[in-house]
Design a protein around this ligand. Structure first.
Ligand code: NAP
Length: 294
């Protein structure tokens, strides 16, 4: 592998991949609505632009973390979600399918219904919201049209990011503003530290692995437990963190409740370490710019 294209390098996962991969490969990265220096603009729903970027760079491997990731926004804007998360993926797949190029696609535990997680790679998907259905549809497109692909299912990704969109960054920011944050007590998952996800994804590529792998943190916990770990690590005021049932949160999109991803397959095949929530938060704190970690 020499040339790597990262579509969605302005996001949490893409940015981490960009940083790690740039020291080893010739890397091109793209953004869509959040301009970043060094990145090329690309909207994957525009087939012609996808063709242009891929054909002019001619990568050996495309990492595709790009997606419309706001689950409630997807629920309210189904057409936009399909345009990006299904048709956009289809555009990328159609362009690379006749090239000797691997695709690494990032999917989600939201392909499951959350009735009996945590889930392994062999469990039957049954998404319960627009975002989950679209991501599963994209998985089908990839697995039916490509031979050399990796579908990496992950969940609850956190880490330092300037945009501050992920759960940990949001909780820290709002707590410091003295806002009360309601956190679901019944959404169980396996939060994943972004550096572990990026390093392990690369390890999967280096080992020549194909098809579906779960890559997730090693702690199966509910959101309130996670919020309390965050509060401990970052010295937040726990009185401003309030546990609440999902049904009382009035979120637009239904959430898989008993979810989370099992990592037995990857742990059995590769020598990797997926951090627990406490370990990941400590690593995240160490990675933050001076003055931010508190
Ligand atoms: N975050 C999670 O907890 C989580 C959990 C499970 C799975 N995943 C999956 O993991 C992947 C990465 O997630 P993330 O947290 O890194 O997401 P993110 O921070 O929201 O980043 C999304 C990226 O996609 C780009 N993008 C959005 N619309 C696009 C379009 N139409 N064309 C091209 N690029 C577009 C964004 O560009 P701009 O910002 O420049 O617009 C950004 O670079 C996603 O596929 C997501 O479905 C995420």
């Amino acid at each position: 592998m020499k040339k790597v294209l990262i579509i969605g390098a302005s996001g949490l996962v893409g940015n981490t991949l960009y940083r790690i991969l740039s020291s080893q490969y010739q890397v091109e990265g793209t953004y869509c609505g959040y301009p970043c220096e060094c990145l090329v603009r690309l909207d994957i729903s525009d087939r012609r632009s996808v063709e242009k970027v891929i054909e002019s760079f001619n990568p050996d491997c495309v990492f595709l973390p790009a997606a419309m990731t706001n689950v409630d926004l997807c629920e309210d804007n189904k057409d936009a979600c399909i345009r990006v998360n299904v048709e956009g993926v289809n555009n990328v797949v159609s362009v690379i399918k006749d090239h000797p190029c691997k695709l690494v696609y990032f999917s989600t535990e939201y392909v499951f219904d959350g009735k009996n997680g945590p889930y392994s790679e062999d469990d039957k998907p049954n998404p319960i919201n627009v975002y989950g259905k679209a991501k599963l549809e994209a998985e089908y497109i990839i697995s039916s049209l490509l031979k050399d692909y990796l579908i990496i299912r992950t969940t609850g990704i956190y880490g330092w990011e300037p945009q501050g969109k992920n759960f940990v960054m949001g909780l820290i920011r709002r707590n410091r503003l003295k806002e009360t944050v309601k956190v679901p007590v019944d959404q169980i998952s396996t939060p994943t530290y972004v550096e572990d996800l990026a390093v392990t994804s690369l390890e999967l590529v280096h080992s020549g692995k194909k098809e579906i792998y779960n890559v997730a943190g090693s702690s199966l916990i509910n959101r309130l437990e996670f919020a309390n770990f965050i509060a401990d690590e970052f010295g937040l005021n726990k009185r401003l963190i309030r546990g609440i049932k999902t049904e009382d949160l009035m979120q637009k999109a239904a959430r898989p409740l008993a979810a989370g991803l099992k990592i037995d397959k990857i742990s059995g095949e590769l020598n990797i370490h997926m951090s627990s929530a406490v370990e990941g938060l400590k690593l995240m704190k160490r990675s933050m710019p001076d003055g931010y970690a508190g």
